[in-house]
Design a protein. Structure first.
Length: 235
């Protein structure tokens, strides 16, 4: 066979170029009639609460839990101040005074002014001398370590604040540990109340979000307590 005939009957060679781009595979899930893409599905742990009633209950729970945490934060800040030996009127902020003609306990600052004398004594000046014995009783009942009132006259009470000892600092931290357990109970109680109101289904987004909210606030109070422990032990 001649070279001419071989070239005439030869099949052309086709070069195939391979693309270097990665092949994108779209995941999907099957329904009865067609396949739908799962690319837009949000994992359960990232889904927001969409039910309006659940959103309102979540907001109530968050407010209640945050209020409890904020109260504990202020208490620990006052304890740290006392442990450091700093004398400020804020030391008496937990004092609540019960008056015979008022069913609701009143804050001390509603009945008197509180100042500092010579850096180590709190000076309480009452607006009404008839409340003096009730204020004295409230100071004793406050449970604030080292607080012993001394009446100067009909409208004035002195409260010398002793320099905190190691034992006093330990007692401040011990008192905070007792309080933190009360706050944990309040937070968990609010969690339970919210779930009972909502009657959410098992494994629902709402249950998961309420649990995360509770864990967040429990962690926050534990963090505050740890900060107080570090502060009181380093003084």
């Amino acid at each position: 066979m001649s070279l001419h005939l071989i070239l005439r009957n030869a099949r052309p060679i086709v070069a195939i170029a391979l693309s270097r781009r990665p092949v994108q595979i779209q995941r999907g899930y099957a329904t009865k009639n067609k396949v739908k893409s799962t690319s837009t599905i949000v994992p359960g742990s990232k889904q927001p609460i969409t039910d309006e009633a659940a959103q309102q209950e979540y907001a109530k729970a968050e407010t209640a839990m945050s209020t409890s945490v904020d109260w504990f934060r202020k208490e620990c800040a006052a304890s740290e101040t006392r442990a450091a030996g700093r004398v400020t009127p804020a030391l008496l902020s937990p004092v609540r005074v019960k008056l015979p003609d008022n069913p609701k306990a009143m804050k001390l600052e509603e009945l008197a002014t509180v100042g500092v004398r010579e850096g180590s004594t709190l000076l309480i000046t009452l607006f009404d001398e008839h409340t003096v014995k009730h204020v004295e009783a409230a100071l004793y009942e406050s449970g604030i370590p080292g607080v012993v009132p001394h009446r100067q006259d009909a409208r004035t009470i002195n409260v010398p604040i002793p320099k905190p000892t190691i034992e006093a600092r330990k007692e401040l931290f011990a008192a905070a540990k007792r309080k933190v357990e009360e706050i944990r109970v309040q937070i968990r109680k609010q969690h339970t109340v919210s779930l009972k109101r909502g009657k959410y289904e098992k494994h629902s987004v709402e249950l998961e979000e309420f649990q995360k909210l509770t864990d967040k606030h429990i962690h926050e109070v534990d963090k505050i307590l740890a900060g107080l422990q570090k502060a009181t032990s380093s003084l």
